[in-house]
Design a protein around this ligand. Structure first.
Ligand SMILES: *[C@@H]1O[C@H](CO)[C@@H](O)[C@H](O)[C@H]1NC(C)=O
Ligand SMILES: *[C@@H]1O[C@H](CO)[C@@H](O)[C@H](O)[C@H]1NC(C)=O
Ligand SMILES: *[C@@H]1O[C@H](CO)[C@@H](O)[C@H](O)[C@H]1NC(C)=O
Ligand SMILES: *[C@@H]1O[C@H](CO)[C@@H](O)[C@H](O)[C@H]1NC(C)=O
Length: 379
């Protein structure tokens, strides 16, 4: 055998045995809100670049207790879905751009910030206590643009992005939250097309900058969030899904958003056939946990009850007060699905990440993007 063939056979064997661990993506770039922020908010606040607001800042114990043993700014007791995705591909946990991520951006950066909206203040006209334009979706994209020269310093952007996974979102929850929490559901529905169009435009902008592998998460079943259930506590019995304890109409709101989003993704995919766009079905992954908690090792009686909070029927009274002096956390977060009334425990995040990476909750199957980049090496 000549040398190149041996090398090829060796490489093929490595690819086959490790499948998509390593060799698939060499970096991840992430955008979004508290579901995926790995430390930007905490860092921006401590540098005085962002005002502290009523929203949970995820910066005090017991946040982080299970895995990091101290708060990292992640809104969970441990790792997030994105951390498990990074681990799966053999990559380091994604650094936040504001907390060192801009030092070596070629290795991947997280631009997501807790509380980030998809729309800007002038469009949203929400009654925030401070402007969120600096952390909005657009602002995160601008941050990415400004880092492009350093991201593409060692190789061309084409080469870098061929081996990069972009995780875009989810976005929208923080745009809907003010209307939802003040029970103006009609207003929230009116925002849906605006938000989905904004997300679509942002994705197209990223594609024009050269990214090729994009995963776009949908909205979670908001009607199962302890924080939302607490706000709408005492609704009519027929408003609840008896098998899960979730609010049906609120879940339908999330499903509508997701249908619009998937339609937009299909449109973009048709327009850019050389790009791989996969929809991450957070909604059904998470719903499956609520439907069969025992099957996946979770407590069957605490499904929609938060592990960490300050009491009430869902342990999510008065917004989500985990980390405040009045709050308390459960003894075994690994048996809970919900961590703080708005976010999931590490155990639930791990389960969802596995579901996404196996292809069960990504459409098309995320592993297909890997085989695309792999086969591109042989062309
Ligand atoms: C937004 O960022 C700019 C540039 O860093 C800064 O000058 C401005 O004060 C920030 N605005 C807010 C409301 O934080
Ligand atoms: C939860 O599981 C326990 C033990 O398997 C069982 O006795 C109980 O009825 C279940 N509760 C619900 C709400 O399904
Ligand atoms: C986060 O919130 C807690 C509880 O309100 C507060 O004590 C702490 O100072 C906040 N942290 C930051 C960095 O603002
Ligand atoms: C996704 O693709 C991988 C690799 O081809 C395959 O092993 C897996 O079974 C697929 N998942 C689903 C749910 O079809």
């Amino acid at each position: 055998m000549s040398l190149p063939i041996v090398a090829c056979v060796l490489l093929l064997t490595v690819l086959a045995s490790s499948q998509f661990v390593n060799g698939c993506y060499t970096s991840i770039f992430a955008f979004g809100d508290s579901i995926i922020d790995t430390g930007n908010y905490i860092s921006l606040i401590s540098k005085g670049l962002l005002q502290y607001d009523e929203i949970p800042n995820c910066s005090t114990p017991p946040y982080g207790e299970t895995f990091f043993h101290h708060p990292t700014g992640r809104c969970s007791d441990g790792r997030l879905i994105i951390d498990f995705i990074a681990e799966h591909y053999g990559l380091p946990l994604l650094p936040p751009y504001s907390g060192g991520g801009n030092a070596n951006p070629g290795g991947g950066v997280n631009f997501a910030v807790i509380g980030a909206p998809a729309l800007t203040d002038d469009v949203l006209q929400a009654d925030w206590s401070y402007s969120r334009d600096n952390i909005s979706m657009m602002s995160q994209i601008n941050m990415f643009k400004s880092l492009l020269p350093s991201i593409c310093k060692t190789s061309s952007c084409d080469e870098i992005f061929d081996k990069s996974l972009i995780i875009f979102g989810s976005f929208g929850s923080n745009d809907y939250a003010p209307t939802m929490l003040s029970k103006r559901v009609e207003d929230a529905y009116r925002l849906q097309p605006l938000i989905v169009n904004a997300i679509g435009s942002a994705i197209e902008e990223l594609i024009k900058l050269g990214v090729v592998n994009i995963m776009v998460p949908g909205m979670l079943p908001v009607g199962c969030l302890a924080g939302c259930l607490a706000v709408y506590y005492g609704s009519n019995e027929e408003d609840y899904d008896l098998s899960t304890g979730c609010l049906t109409w609120l879940n339908e709101f999330g499903q509508k958003h997701n249908r619009l989003l998937q339609k937009e993704l299909t449109r973009i995919q048709e327009h850019y056939p050389n790009v791989f766009i996969t929809y991450a079905d957070y909604y059904n992954a998470r719903l499956e946990l609520f439907l069969s908690p025992e099957k996946y090792g979770f407590n069957n009686e605490t499904g929609v009850i938060a592990c960490c909070g300050s009491g009430g029927p869902y342990n999510a009274e008065g917004d989500t007060k985990c980390g405040y002096p009045s709050s308390h956390a459960c003894n075994d977060p690994s048996s809970y699905i919900e961590w703080d009334g708005a976010h999931l425990t590490q155990a639930a995040n791990r389960w969802i990440a596995r579901g996404l990476l196996s292809g069960l909750y990504t459409s098309p199957n995320i592993t297909a993007s890997c085989s695309t980049s792999t086969s591109a090496m042989w062309i």
